[in-house]
Write a protein that binds this ligand. Structure first.
Ligand code: ZN
Length: 339
């Protein structure tokens, strides 16, 4: 038996016939697994209805459990995806039919190979292009010598932590193809927006303009009145980096989210929030920008601004202590470069 999936891209219905799957026993069960058998670093919580959030210690994915299978947004990493596959089978007696990528960065997009035998991989056309064209954008920003590969001295964060296992040819540098080898390529792409229907459920994919990366997909769950966004928007949480984008660029991207009709905001890191967190995040960026502009106008240097711009209104946000000075410095760099 073939399951029929409906994908709508920019108003045109596409019908994909795919993947013989057993449909029996795909009913949704309550989230009742409390026997402690789950791998402790990974957790699942119900967001609302059939929408769930699945987390590592640092990253969040979401999945929608429909009557005809599972839609996962972001597989995160191989060991997590393998764990999730087992949980979905145990809890829902169901398989993953679609994997959607929020963007191409491997700390969110990697690891989906475990779902490749049942799932169609969907993302923005820019995501497909990025996966085929050298270093991910968040690695390219660390490529200080601009040679298109990441040497160990240039690598940071997850790239440094996984350097030896990623450097499969052992030449002491990471190429785009080595990094992206852990990310399953996309099967289906879209340009502006796409609607995806599976069983009793629908999700919408929306592409905001560039901020954090140029290939972002926002996933809207209309029935659940929830949206999932990754890395360009956080709920009462400081970003690790602004990735060189201006506040105007963030505002344009956030406007795409703000135009959607939803109540619950789930993000790729930190805690879930509400739609009000969209404007809340933009307010942080505008306040940061204003403070740094005033400091530059007063002739203060980068280090002084990092010490004196305290953003006290946001001191209760996640990672305030760890990240405040860094984004002050980044804003100084961005505004100085645009002088
Ligand atoms: Zn990212």
């Amino acid at each position: 038996m073939a399951t029929r999936h409906r994908l709508t891209a920019q108003g045109a219905w596409l019908t994909a016939t795919c993947l013989p799957l057993a449909l029996a026993g795909c009913g949704i069960q309550e989230d009742s697994q409390t026997d402690g058998s789950a791998d402790p670093p990974f957790t699942i919580r119900n967001v609302t209805g059939n929408l769930y959030e699945a987390r590592t210690a640092s990253h969040n994915a979401v999945f929608l459990a429909t009557t005809d299978g599972i839609i996962v947004v972001d597989p995160l990493r191989a060991d997590f995806a393998e764990w999730l596959e087992g949980e979905l089978a145990a809890r829902f007696d169901s398989e993953v039919e679609y994997v959607i990528y929020s963007h191409h960065h491997p700390d969110h997009a990697a690891g989906g190979q475990v779902f490749a035998d049942t799932a169609i991989f969907v993302g923005h056309e820019n995501t497909a292009a990025r996966l085929e064209s050298g270093l991910p954008s968040n690695a390219a920003r660390s490529d200080a010598d601009g040679n298109g590969t990441l040497e160990r001295s240039e690598a940071a964060g997850g790239y440094l932590a996984s350097f030896d296992s990623t450097d499969t040819d052992g030449d002491g540098s990471l190429s785009g193809s080595e990094i992206n080898a852990g990310t399953q390529p996309l099967d289906v792409t879209y340009t502006e927006q796409m609607m995806l229907t599976l069983g009793d459920s629908t999700v919408e994919l929306h592409h905001p303009s560039a901020a954090h990366s140029g290939d972002t997909t926002v996933v809207l769950f209309p029935n659940e009145r929830a949206a999932f966004t990754v890395d360009f928007l956080h709920a009462r949480r400081f970003p690790g980096t602004l990735s060189g984008y201006t506040v105007d660029e963030y505002e344009a991207a956030l406007a795409t989210v703000d135009a959607l009709d939803f109540d619950i905001l789930v993000t790729g890191h930190g805690n879930a929030g509400t739609k009000a967190d969209v404007s809340g995040f933009l307010t942080l960026l505008r306040d940061l920008e204003a403070d740094v502009m005033a400091g530059i106008a007063a002739g203060l240097d980068r280090e002084t601004l990092q010490e004196t711009i305290l953003l006290a209104d946001y001191s209760d946000w996640l990672l305030y202590e760890q990240r405040r000075a860094n984004i002050v410095g980044e804003m100084y760099d961005t505004l100085s470069a645009s002088e």
